[in-house]
Design a protein around this ligand. Structure first.
Ligand SMILES: Cc1cc2nc3c(=O)[nH]c(=O)nc-3n(C[C@H](O)[C@H](O)[C@H](O)COP(=O)(O)O)c2cc1C
Ligand code: SF4
Length: 431
């Protein structure tokens, strides 16, 4: 399997891809007309049958999530799109919204109609002003064209869509922290249950989905569940955007069926930058355990990546060549987690602080093998004991790097410094 499947990325190279005219020229909003002619429950069933699984990291089946909404409730139902995208390495939703905001808007309208919601929100991180402007303009255009507002395309269905900007906190991508932030509170995760499907935004039944999940819905409605399910693997169906970054010849977004391998993607991306070789990589962002060149042929689907000891996550493939010190990379990620920990629970708040302190020392070559055991012990006290998945994610780079690159940590201690520091040595031959 070496072919790309440009669907969400199909018209990114068109100069007006982000405008209503550009989107409609490529068949945009036709799926909405089809959807409005269907019963809402039939759309939910189509999404279930397609096998679409959440593209925000966890891979939960989207149609099943929609089916969890209680059939009746005194409160309004809400659809919330998670466009916070703040994980290091993850960079698919922002370019998608930049190049093709209307596919998300169309996906929101169809999805909100399917779950019988009249209020939808796109929660987007506040730093990406250029994307916010594009989204807001796309929403305005959709209102002007009668795709949003009262009586959408004369169907009798009403939908209000609000683009809400966050203030730039990674934790606000966690779905319940996002809801708190959207309600105007400090973004911290909520205790579950109740799950958002039962009591979410303003206490109402709420569906929260990732940008790419919702953007995949128009193509599923237009082409059918079987079309979508024919791509990918048996349990990880469809296509996804794979983001290649770092030491790769042609970094960028590669939209391909799930189950493609890094080897195949690298072939298309011109390989690791000239004169260098792959040392380690993340399959799905900084919170997924790292892989090495031994994992080049692991199919990038939820099951295979899990069986190989990591997670598919957000398909954020960060490529590091042999010039990179793995201890330094792990230190940088740990600094991020310590900074972004919301402080609500002790294992993550204290654990990420101590990760940062210890790794700074270890990277400077001031440590011993015993410290690695302390780091692993600390990780045991964070993983599975944190209130939300941010804490769990923080352990991934630490534990996986010690497992795969113990020798490189030890070399720092032998040398009394970083082997990648030109003052200490030229590149360490064992790297
Ligand atoms: C710390 C943290 C940050 C997250 N950030 C995002 C994010 O930026 N975008 C996103 O879609 N999901 C993010 N998630 C996952 C969401 O909690 C949730 O699973 C997702 O939005 C569900 O959408 P999906 O089912 O379509 O994947 C994050 C989770 C955690 C723990
Ligand atoms: S795991 Fe970290 S981010 Fe999550 S609630 Fe606890 S302190 Fe906050």
């Amino acid at each position: 399997m070496t072919t790309l499947t440009p669907i969400l990325t199909k018209n990114w190279d068109q100069p007006d891809s982000y405008t209503l005219a550009g989107y409609e020229r490529e068949g945009g909003y036709r799926a909405l007309r089809t959807a409005l002619g269907m019963e809402p429950d039939a759309i939910v069933q189509t999404v279930k049958d397609s096998g679409l699984r959440g593209r925000g990291g966890a891979g939960f089946p989207t149609g099943m999530k929609w089916g969890f909404l209680p059939p009746s409730s005194p409160n309004p139902r809400y659809l919330v799109v998670n466009a916070d995208e703040s994980e290091p390495g993850t960079c698919k939703d922002i370019p998608l919204m930049m190049a093709n905001p209307h596919v998300l808007v169309e996906g929101v309208i169809i999805s909100a109609y399917a779950i019988k919601s009249n209020h939808a929100f796109i929660y987007v991180r506040g730093e990406v002003l250029h994307v916010i402007r594009r989204l807001q303009r796309a929403v305005e255009e959709a209102y002007e064209a009668g795709y949003l507002g009262r009586d959408v395309l004369g169907s009798g269905y009403d939908l209000e869509l609000v683009v809400h900007t966050g203030a730039g906190a990674y934790i606000c991508g966690e779905e319940t922290a996002l809801l708190d932030s959207l309600e105007g509170y400090r973004g911290q995760p909520r205790l579950k249950p109740p799950f958002p499907a039962v009591a979410g935004l303003y206490g109402g039944p709420t569906v929260i989905n990732n940008v790419e999940s919702i953007s995949s819905v128009p193509s599923i409605v237009a082409n059918g569940a079987d079309w979508f399910a024919s791509m990918g693997t048996e349990k990880s169906q469809g296509f996804g955007i794979f983001s290649l970054s770092g030491h790769v010849t042609r970094p960028g977004q590669y939209e391909a069926p799930l189950g493609i391998t890094l080897r195949e993607l690298l072939d298309m991306a011109g390989g690791v930058r000239a004169g260098h070789r792959l040392k380690f990589w993340t399959p799905g962002g900084s919170s997924t355990p790292i892989f090495t060149d031994e994992h080049l042929d692991v199919p990038l689907d939820f099951e295979s990546v899990g069986a190989a000891g990591s997670m598919l996550g957000t398909r954020a493939l960060q490529i590091f060549d042999e010039t990179v010190c793995v201890v330094r990379a792990v230190l940088r990620w740990s600094e991020f987690y310590a900074h972004e920990s919301c402080g609500k629970c002790t294992p993550c708040r204290e654990g990420t602080y101590w990760y940062k302190q210890m790794l700074k020392r270890l990277e400077a070559g001031q440590g011993s093998e015993e410290d690695l055991e302390t780091l692993l012990d600390l990780s045991d006290n964070i993983l599975g004991r944190s209130f939300c998945a941010l804490g769990d994610g923080a352990t991934s780079p630490v534990v996986s790097s010690i497992k795969l690159f113990r020798d490189e940590y030890l070399r720092h201690f032998e040398l009394g410094g970083c082997p990648f520091d030109p003052a200490k040595s030229t590149l360490w031959a064992g790297a």
